[in-house]
Design a protein around this ligand. Structure first.
Ligand code: ZN
Length: 343
């Protein structure tokens, strides 16, 4: 038994690759046959235009992207809340607060991000940029985390296409680690860590999924999930705020191409967790930070979840069962037209 360890430079951890653990390779089963038709409007959906939300607010009859403050936020906006001091000397606490928002991608209940056209995806990316700038400028907001959870296996049962924003007085750990290692790398080498990752992927070329003039998508050498993909501009920007319009357009195109390939893989809505990695907004030096989007898809096959268990939860290192090279080849071979639009 030979296990390989691959260094994940952005997280500062080893990923254990054990491809021989993989059982029978995927034999081509598709999940689409059983998928039921969903209407483009659902009177019970709190995200559909004109419907009343949980907090009693009514959605406008929006026609494109629609942003609203989350009625059930995970972070409170009440800055003046007094905390009970933590008991004892070892335990510590501090107040967590911020703004939580929801971004609806489309008024259509049954459309996914992958099914939006190029222009709509671009509009969404512009909305992300604007939200990052607006919320990042709030006093005491240290970071703006934008993410989409898609699919029942990551806890989302409402198919209405949307993502969430947590703008908080703290920086989430993976972003904090990435910011720190990127600055250290810049100080030690004079280079941008993520640019070196892109250069290595381009040189090896086996894991590149698609690219255009200024954007690229690849499964990193150190991928933790079978279909983990990074989508990035080729030039270094700490956030969407610094991308030029041309770069933003190129980026949106590559993002859309990846999303279509995901859905085409098993001809089903492909579940994932999709965080935007943007620099903190706390005024620090993030000149080494390279904006990108990461996809963390939990499925290895249409009905096979990558369970996080002993190694991951118990030990803290990911055990990967699949070869990133093979998975990238699989995705690359898929059409760039969404399977539903050809049906
Ligand atoms: Zn809806």
């Amino acid at each position: 038994m030979v296990w390989e360890q691959r260094w994940h430079p952005l997280r500062e951890e080893w990923v254990i690759v054990a491809t021989h653990r993989q059982d029978r390779p995927w034999t081509g089963e598709m999940a689409s046959s059983s998928s039921e038709e969903i209407a483009d409007f659902d009177p019970d959906c709190y995200l559909c235009p004109g419907n009343t939300r949980i907090g009693g607010n009514q959605n406008p009859n929006y026609e494109q992207v629609f942003v609203f403050d989350n009625d059930l936020p995970c972070v409170a906006q009440d800055v003046n809340r007094e905390l009970e001091p933590a008991p004892g000397d070892v335990n510590r606490n501090k107040p967590a607060y911020g703004v939580a928002r929801v971004v609806c991608y489309s008024p259509k209940h049954n459309l996914s991000l992958a099914e939006l056209d190029d222009h709509e995806v671009e509009t969404l990316v512009r909305t992300w940029r604007q939200q990052y700038i607006e919320l990042g400028n709030y006093p005491k907001i240290s970071h703006v985390l934008i993410f989409e959870n898609r699919g029942k296996v990551v806890g989302v049962s409402n198919p209405h296409p949307h993502c969430q924003i947590y703008a908080t007085n703290f920086v989430f750990k993976h972003i904090a680690t990435e910011a720190r290692v990127s600055q250290n790398y810049l100080a030690e080498t004079g280079r941008i860590l993520f640019r070196d990752i892109i250069a290595a992927e381009k040189e090896d070329a086996k894991r590149v999924i698609c690219e255009n003039d200024s954007a690229i998508a690849f499964i990193p050498y150190f991928a933790r999930y079978a279909y983990e993909i990074f989508v990035a501009p080729k030039t270094t920007c700490a956030s969407l705020a610094n991308l030029s319009d041309d770069e933003l357009r190129d980026f949106a195109k590559i993002l859309k191409q990846v999303l279509v390939k995901f859905d085409n893989l098993w001809q089903m809505p492909f579940p994932y967790v999709m965080p935007l990695h943007q620099a903190p907004t706390d005024g620090g030096d993030y000149s080494g930070f390279h904006f990108h989007i990461e996809f963390h898809p939990p499925l290895r096959k249409p009905n096979l979840l990558k369970y996080l268990a002993g190694p991951e939860i118990g030990g803290g290192n990911f055990l990967s069962d699949t070869s990133p090279d093979e998975k990238a080849a699989e995705l690359r071979s898929l059409p760039d037209v969404h399977y539903k639009s050809t049906a």
